[in-house]
Write a new protein. Structure first.
Length: 225
């Protein structure tokens, strides 16, 4: 029976558990990413339904080590403080969105929901940041435009992009809300996302998945980039 040498084993791409599901009244796409060997995990965009998130972590016996928020609109961040209180995992998002946190009452009134408890991040993250989930690396891409602190997470070993509300199937993030700017958003997509491999799976903040290649070819908002 053949036995892998340590060098061969190390060259194998890391394994990754991923579950993505809609949470909250606006059905934000929340993702749980976990390493099946170390059982470390992060949650991206816990916009509500915290008990469902905890159930997914428990199903895979995962230990939460980080809570990442792609931007500080209420539908993406409203469950973060509760999840932190229950797990002890730190909350990470870009400090440029603290101005949106200060407007949480206005956000809640506009969406017609109670104002959630939202706190400053335990750590601010930007383009220079890399996150680890066991053996997998996630590169943080600062993509302002939808909000000043919007980020995406790119996992090169898995051809995976968690795009928040920056890029959607056939569309881009709206810019008529707090902190939005259309020209900044399009520059972010051009500089940070469109150079990624065309087969990269894109998980947007809401709705269906897509790929970088499909958006390059068919997204009408990106035709002049």
């Amino acid at each position: 029976m053949a036995v892998d040498t340590p060098e061969v084993a190390e060259s194998q791409p890391p394994r990754l558990i991923r579950e993505t599901f809609p949470v909250g009244p606006l059905r934000c796409n929340c993702s749980v990413l976990g390493d099946p060997d170390t059982l470390e995990a992060i949650v991206i965009d816990p916009g509500g339904d915290v008990q469902r998130i905890l159930a997914v972590l428990a199903k895979h016996n995962l230990r939460l080590t980080g809570i990442v928020v792609t931007h500080a609109h209420l539908d993406h961040i409203s469950g973060a403080a509760s999840l932190r209180a229950l797990t002890g995992a730190p909350v990470l998002y870009h400090q440029a969105d603290l101005e949106l946190v200060a407007l949480m009452d206005q956000q809640a009134a506009w969406m017609g929901v109670p104002t959630p408890e939202v706190k400053a991040p335990d750590e601010s993250i930007g383009t220079a940041t890399e996150l680890r989930v066991g053996r997998s690396t996630l590169r943080v891409l600062h993509t302002p435009g939808h909000t000043p602190g919007s980020i995406c997470l790119y996992a090169p070993d898995h051809d995976l992009l968690l795009a928040g509300d920056t890029l959607f199937q056939g569309s881009v993030g709206r810019t008529d809300l707090w902190g939005g700017d259309t020209s900044t958003l399009l520059r972010s997509i051009q500089s940070e996302l469109l150079h990624l491999p065309e087969g990269t799976l894109v998980i947007p903040g809401h709705g269906n998945t897509t790929s970088i290649g499909l958006e390059r070819e068919h997204n009408i908002y990106l035709r002049n980039l």
